[in-house]
Design a protein around this ligand. Sequence first.
Ligand code: NAP
Length: 341
Amino acid sequence: MTAVPTVPLAAGLDVSKIGFGGMALSHAYGDTDPEQALRTLHHAVDHGVTFIDTADVYGKPRDGSSGPAGTNEELIAKLLAERRAEVRIATKFGITGAVGGATATRGDRAYVRSACEASLRRLGTDVIDLYYLHRRQVDLPIEETVGAMAELVAEGKVRHLGLSEVTAGELQAAAAVHPIAAVQSEWSIWSRDVEAQVVPAARAVGAGFVPYSPLGRGFLTGALTPDRISGGMLRAEPRFVAHFDANQRVVALLREIGAEIGATAAQVALAWLWAQGEAFGLPVVPIPGTRSPARVTENAEALQVRLSTVQKARLDGAADLVEGDRRLTFTPQDWISADRE
Ligand SMILES: NC(=O)c1ccc[n+]([C@@H]2O[C@H](COP(=O)([O-])OP(=O)(O)OC[C@H]3O[C@@H](n4cnc5c(N)ncnc54)[C@H](OP(=O)(O)O)[C@@H]3O)[C@@H](O)[C@H]2O)c1
């Protein structure tokens, strides 16, 4: 496998051009095995995929505990214990749990400080390379949260700041308080609402973009089957269930273009994101997640895939084939970036 290049995501933050999303190593889309998960993480770093994404809320809470589970951070700590210097570690705070089926959030100074200390402790490191606000507290000015995050930078606990699922206006307000190195929101061939305002705003403030769920939570690879969906957290999502058959047209297009250039559907979906980054004029670093070392390699090899102008245009048209939006039924709807513009 060709070495994965690094790119400046923002000033002073070089990361591998493809990252690794750690969430599903601990929970989300099916069974997990901590030993296999650790092997997958080592495989990623061995092959130059060194930008590792986690969050304090990822993983199943231990019995009787409340608040962020932290178990995914603890898993990644085992990688960092051996290879801290090779890794750019990104984690997130702000989601405190679920209340009555809705996501509860906090962004006040005291919480920001305690969340950071807890993540540093769980990760077993003395500095976080990129610290994201995962979901903002909607009844608190974002400037207050980012002001508290900036203190962490001044104290050397955090190197760079990021924001997840913010609007363009929130991003601009935050960037006036402290430079924002990265915006992480869902972005893929079937989730393009961020392109209207959030992506141009990221470019304007000098932030790179980190598309999460770049493979559409697995759907765009063609590997998600109705039986896998029915057993996991996607079973209530219309886009994956009621519109499953209609949305296979998107998968068919990815496969068709993949067959033309000797690539898999997953690789075409990732190549399209880098091409979008070039079109928008900002660094784009997707963070696909997988439990499988072989798929880490497959996804990283997408960096070799080149789409022709015609193929790119055909993929742009896939948006017209998508049925159902990206809302998750078990979260409140107001966190969707585009809704609050
Ligand atoms: N900021 C946020 O609010 C937020 C929200 C969601 C996710 N994230 C981050 O983004 C990361 C990635 O998102 P995601 O995990 O939701 O979705 P994703 O990366 O779009 O898709 C992950 C799914 O795709 C499958 N997969 C991966 N590579 C594959 C390949 N080459 N061929 C076939 N199947 C493949 C994986 O299954 P296998 O494990 O079976 O390979 C997994 O079920 C997360 O790990 C997390 O770090 C952030």
